[in-house]
Design a binder for this molecule. Structure first.
Ligand SMILES: NC(=O)c1ccc[n+]([C@@H]2O[C@H](COP(=O)([O-])OP(=O)(O)OC[C@H]3O[C@@H](n4cnc5c(N)ncnc54)[C@H](O)[C@@H]3O)[C@@H](O)[C@H]2O)c1
Ligand SMILES: N[C@H](CO)Cc1c[nH]c[nH+]1
Ligand SMILES: [Zn+2]
Length: 435
């Protein structure tokens, strides 16, 4: 049996079929989880810590002794991990810090007219919650991707939640990124706790991080329910689209597809190519490579959500990619930079033979928390900016006010808002009265 059953010739299917090919598997299951997640959120809101113990037992099969991870346990984590792993975490931390530090913006101050001074201040969000997935793999790299920009942007309180029995490497990464408050709670219940606060877990201003469909649905519901807790984005199951031509290496492509398919059964990967020969070679390579990896069952399941799309040419492949707006896009063609100019929607792009998506997941520098579900058409991957607020300030001199008064009064009259006009006029009358 073929490992990828879904091979389509784009020009031979109708619009409805095209939309189906590019639809996310998760959205088909959404209705069933909405109710489950809303029940979890409500329970955590009302019962607090008791609900956290209850759901951890139900979903993680663990009878928790304590929700908070002791500081000593975090600080000593370093002694339990291999020195080469530590070295890799440190190198990744350095690259991610370099890239994110360069995203830091400076405040703005300028005069738009004489006497009208306008500023943009930058203030960190005071408290942030970072969710580190841990259900099927301890995502050490996600700690770096969230804690580094949080710290660089000046956030004072960084609270980490992750499913119980947190891996030592996660604790070590958190520790070297200055995270001191860690709670071993996962899933929707962790998101609810960060949003409402419980006796043990503090309420935060903004919740960050990827997760499975329960985590993502909880973030979505929380952002609708509360106006004092926001979320970064809906970073759901991993997605990868690969645009390739006959110059690509089939083995490399097969390995890249596997790399994202192994995240979870709801991951989705695509090969979009103008070369039928390449598609066949990738298929054969997939069949032989899949046996080399441990998460073979997960990969097989997520390949069921996945497609090989054969296009007329590369520009048609680019159009498909823009329509899908993938979280990750690999371009493995003779001239990948040439196609780059036509890409409108993607979370993160990897160019050429030597740029596997995995390097971006771990260590190259940019953030791996990226918009999924097609949100890459309007949203960006995480950056330092997401941990900050931009506040504008205006200060006018008397001369500045006199200069701008006519403009404002005219616009206020046009909007029939006399109170606005009067706020300007009262000052002018005051000055006239003085002279
Ligand atoms: N988009 C991104 O940037 C990005 C980055 C990293 C990971 N990811 C995605 O994050 C996800 C990680 O998922 P995971 O499951 O390994 O870890 P997770 O930590 O997101 O979820 C595990 C938690 O889910 C809860 N849960 C499990 N079964 C449940 C059920 N039936 N009902 C309610 N809650 C339940 C449990 O409490 C458990 O602690 C993957 O889908 C991966 O693709 C995305
Ligand atoms: N590919 C994931 C984002 O979709 C990030 C990740 C973490 N570890 C490995 N990969
Ligand atoms: Zn990955």
């Amino acid at each position: 049996m073929d490992i990828i059953k879904n091979i389509v010739f784009w020009s031979q299917i109708n619009t409805e079929q095209k939309l189906k090919v590019l639809s996310r598997p998760i959205l088909n299951q959404k209705k069933t989880i909405t109710k489950t997640v809303s029940q979890i959120i409500n329970d955590v809101r009302i019962l607090g810590d008791d609900a956290l113990y209850k759901y951890t037992y139900k979903f993680d099969k663990i009878n928790l002794k304590s929700i908070k991870v002791k500081f000593d346990h975090i600080a000593n984590a370093s002694t339990y991990i291999n020195k080469n792993l530590k070295k890799s975490i440190n190198i990744a931390k350095k690259n991610i810090t370099l890239f994110h530090a360069s995203q830091k913006n400076s405040p703005i101050k300028l005069n738009t007219q004489i006497g009208v001074t306008c500023e943009q201040l930058i203030r960190p969000i005071e408290s942030v919650g970072i969710y580190i997935p841990g259900g099927s793999a301890p995502l050490i790299s996600t700690v770096l991707m969230l804690a580094i920009p949080a710290y660089l942007s000046g956030c004072k309180k960084i609270v980490l939640c992750s499913p119980p029995n947190i891996d030592y490497a996660i604790l070590y990464a958190a520790y070297i990124c200055n995270v001191r408050e860690i709670y071993q709670i996962g899933g929707a219940q962790a998101i609810a706790a960060l949003a409402y606060g419980t006796k043990t877990i503090p309420k935060v201003n903004k919740i960050f991080g990827p997760g499975n469909m329960y985590v993502t649905e909880a973030k979505s519901q929380i952002s609708n329910l509360l106006n004092n807790t926001s979320i970064d984005m809906l970073a759901g199951p991993s997605e990868l689209m690969i645009i390739a031509d006959e110059h690509a290496n089939a083995d490399f492509i097969a390995s890249d597809l596997i790399s994202q398919a192994e995240h979870g059964v709801d991951s989705q990967v695509f090969l979009v190519t103008s070369s039928i020969k390449l598609a066949n070679n990738v298929l054969n390579s997939l069949k032989s490579q899949i046996h080399k990896i441990s998460r073979i069952t997960i990969v097989k399941k997520s390949l069921k959500n996945s497609f090989f799309i054969i296009t007329k040419n590369l520009l048609e492949a680019v159009a498909i990619s823009n329509m899908y707006a993938p979280e990750h896009l690999i371009i493995q063609t003779k001239k990948p930079r040439y196609l780059l100019q036509y890409i409108k929607n993607a979370g993160s792009i990897f160019l050429g033979l030597w740029s596997p998506e995995s390097v971006g997941d771990y260590a190259s520098g940019p953030n791996h928390v990226l918009p999924t579900y097609g949100y890459a058409s309007s949203q960006s991957g995480l950056s330092v900016r997401d941990f900050q607020k931009y506040i504008s300030v205006q200060e006018l001199t008397l001369k500045g006010l006199l200069n701008i008064s006519k403009t404002v009064k005219m616009l206020a009259s046009a909007e029939k808002l006399d109170g606005h006009k009067y706020a300007v006029q009262s000052r002018i009358d005051y000055i006239k009265g003085k002279n």
